[in-house]
Ligand binder design. Structure first.
Ligand SMILES: Nc1ncnc2c1ncn2[C@@H]1O[C@H](COP(=O)(O)OP(=O)(O)OP(=O)(O)O)[C@@H](O)[C@H]1O
Ligand SMILES: [Mg+2]
Length: 263
């Protein structure tokens, strides 16, 4: 089946995504959701003679938004692929809550509670909104029969659940993709440039949704070029350059140092 590719991702609009105590999370947890801590240690990836990642350490803790920033070619997506399971590092380890998942393929990590969205949209155009989101529920970590409904509600997609994805605008499709990731009840959510191409309103809605998910205990990693959004969103930032982590710490401090160095 073909996959739709669109250039401009969009965000969710659900300002009320969890965050209120006792409310079920997007995966339909009746109790407090299991928390996930994703860690990468001493990751090395070489493309032929070219060392794309060298001794990279990163921690993505629960209840926090962690950002990964850096110039084009720094290695951000390569690290993202190592975390998501679409690339196996040449050395180093990826650990989820103490369990070494370095050799686990992407689909197995999805079952373990790691969800991702794609920098380029990957929504099935011939399926409805609901069918697309249901795929996430079936592939993910939850067995909650209401997981699809909850995710549709969270991203305000219920009124158009029976619409075919092919006819929808990019901004809406981006919400479908996020709903699909959340329908699996993830503990860890990985987002590669989620705000690329969004207008101000959509980016604001996305930011509210992601903050609410973190407040609910989820571990989030965003790779993002929009540094204003990173400052607004992230608790911790890692700066990368030429395959190495060059700085890490509170997002405001890391970004201020980057901007000072660039001026
Ligand atoms: N499959 C590949 N084969 C060879 N080189 C690759 C491959 N994928 C990435 N690279 C190279 O590895 C380096 C890191 O690429 P990566 O895509 O991880 O960077 P990035 O930080 O995500 O950049 P961008 O901000 O442009 O998305 C780049 O020099 C890139 O050209
Ligand atoms: Mg990239």
């Amino acid at each position: 089946m073909g996959r739709e590719r669109a250039a401009a991702p969009s965000g969710g609009k659900a300002a009320t995504a969890g965050g209120h105590s006792g409310a079920p999370g997007p995966g339909g947890h009746a109790r407090a959701p299991a928390q996930g801590r994703l860690t990468a240690r001493a990751i090395r990836v070489a493309y032929g003679d070219y060392l794309a990642l060298d001794a990279v350490d990163i921690t993505v803790p629960p209840g926090r938004i962690t950002a990964l920033v850096g110039p084009n070619g720094a290695g951000k997506s390569t690290l993202f692929h190592c975390l998501a399971g679409t690339l196996r590092p040449d050395a180093g380890h990826v650990i989820l809550d103490g369990k070494d998942i370095t050799r686990a393929p992407a689909h197995a990590r999805t079952r373990e509670g790691i969800a991702r969205t794609f920098q380029q949209l990957a929504v099935f155009p011939s399926l409805t909104v609901e069918e697309n989101v249901r795929i996430g529920a079936e592939q993910g970590a939850t067995r909650d029969p209401h997981a699809t409904d909850r995710a549709l509600d969270l991203l305000e997609l219920t009124p158009i659940r029976h619409a075919r994805a092919a006819g929808l605008q990019t901004g809406t499709l981006r919400r479908v993709e996020l709903a699909r990731a959340l329908a699996g009840g993830p503990r860890v959510l990985l987002l590669d440039e989620p705000a690329a191409g969004l207008d101000t309103r959509e980016a604001g809605a996305l930011a509210r949704t992601l903050k609410a998910l973190a407040a609910d205990g989820m571990a989030l990693l965003i790779v993002e070029h929009d540094l204003d959004l990173v400052v607004e969103l992230a608790d911790t930032a890692y700066a990368m350059s030429a395959g190495r982590i060059t700085a890490s710490g509170p997002a405001a401090r890391v970004l201020a140092d980057l901007q000072a160095a660039a001026s």
